[in-house]
Design a protein around this ligand. Structure first.
Ligand SMILES: Nc1ncnc2c1ncn2[C@@H]1O[C@H](COP(=O)(O)OP(=O)(O)O)[C@@H](O)[C@H]1O
Ligand SMILES: [Mg+2]
Length: 298
């Protein structure tokens, strides 16, 4: 058996959007993911991350190139690939009207498990993912973070060998994001599981992934290993981000904060976020002073 969980060779994907119009979402992407590792697939919106994930999970056909997941070809042996993977899509993938338990049992039954085994598996996942107090609640009534945890638990119902997570923390508050990171770390500890984590947060991939690949406009910009030891900057007290070690990352990604990758503040361009910006007030422009004088404010 191959030591690589995923082998992608020169995959391209062109979407036809009109009679004479098309979008080249992937332009010859090649990469390998070692079995048992966490692979961070990073890039800005529209880079081709979801397209890559959809091809590897057999939901979409590549226009050219080949890809194998656990040695099985995603086109010729799609059925085998599907039995070995779990997929958490970018949006919520559970039924909002079914309860937590019902969602898990349904997923297990769809994977061919008998009723009693499906119930046992659901109970185990409820405990593993801290869903006990919400077990009889409809998925649609859960908080964003809990719903996302249910999405991940559902994707693991058949104990897959490769788990694809497409932007699992986008839209979550910092607390829920931290909880999800904890879950991903826990899953990463399982030697038999390979995780492909798609994200546009550099910090997220930096913290969780063994290897990072940044894509933009459907091509690989840079691939590398986040440094294991983090140096702290004497000025900001922040851990050095992988964008400092991967200079191309800064040019491509909508960096959360110019000064570091730890805070979740989004400041595009080269301005540090409010927690890192100098605290001294900036002198007011003559125009804004005139405006406030007219309003009678100091
Ligand atoms: N079904 C589709 N039809 C047409 N264009 C698409 C489709 N899906 C994605 N695209 C386009 O392909 C490019 C890559 O999209 P996507 O893979 O979703 O990027 P990402 O997940 O990195 O944000 C974008 O330009 C997007 O608009
Ligand atoms: Mg996407």
């Amino acid at each position: 058996m191959s030591a690589a969980a995923i082998e992608a060779e020169n995959i391209t994907k062109t979407y036809r959007t009109g009679r004479h119009r098309s979008i080249e979402a992937l332009r010859g992407l090649s990469f390998e993911v070692p079995a048992g590792s966490v692979f961070g697939l990073l890039g800005p919106n529209g880079a081709g991350k979801s397209t890559t994930t959809k091809i590897l999970t057999t939901l979409s056909l590549p226009s050219s190139g080949t890809a194998r997941v656990t040695g099985a070809d995603v086109v010729r042996d799609a059925a085998t690939v599907r039995t070995r993977i779990g997929y958490v899509s970018q949006g919520a993938s559970t039924d909002p009207l079914l309860t937590v338990r019902e969602n898990l049992e349904l997923a297990a039954r769809l994977r061919g498990m008998p009723r009693s085994e499906a119930a046992r598996r659901a109970t185990r996942l409820v405990d593993e993912f801290g869903l006990r107090e919400n077990v009889d609640r409809a998925a649609g009534k859960l908080s964003g973070g809990t719903r996302r945890r249910l999405d991940v638990a559902t994707a693991l119902v058949h104990a897959p060998r490769v788990l694809f997570l497409d932007e699992p923390t986008t839209g979550l508050d910092p607390e829920s994001r931290a909880a999800m990171w904890g879950e991903i770390r826990r899953l990463a500890g399982q030697e038999s599981l390979t995780v492909v984590l798609t994200t546009h947060y550099l910090e997220e991939a930096d913290r969780l992934a063994d290897r990072i690949m940044i894509v933009d406009h459907g091509t690989k910009v840079v691939e590398g290993t986040p440094a294991s030891s983090r140096r702290r900057s004497p000025e900001t007290g922040c851990a050095s981000s992988s964008s400092n070690r991967m200079p191309n990352a800064r040019a491509v990604l909508p960096h959360p904060c110019w000064a570091c990758a730890r805070c979740s503040s989004r400041s595009r361009g080269r301005r540090p976020c409010s927690s890192h910006a100098p605290t001294t007030a900036r002198p007011r422009s003559a125009r804004s002073s005139r405006r406030s004088m007219r309003r009678g404010s100091p």
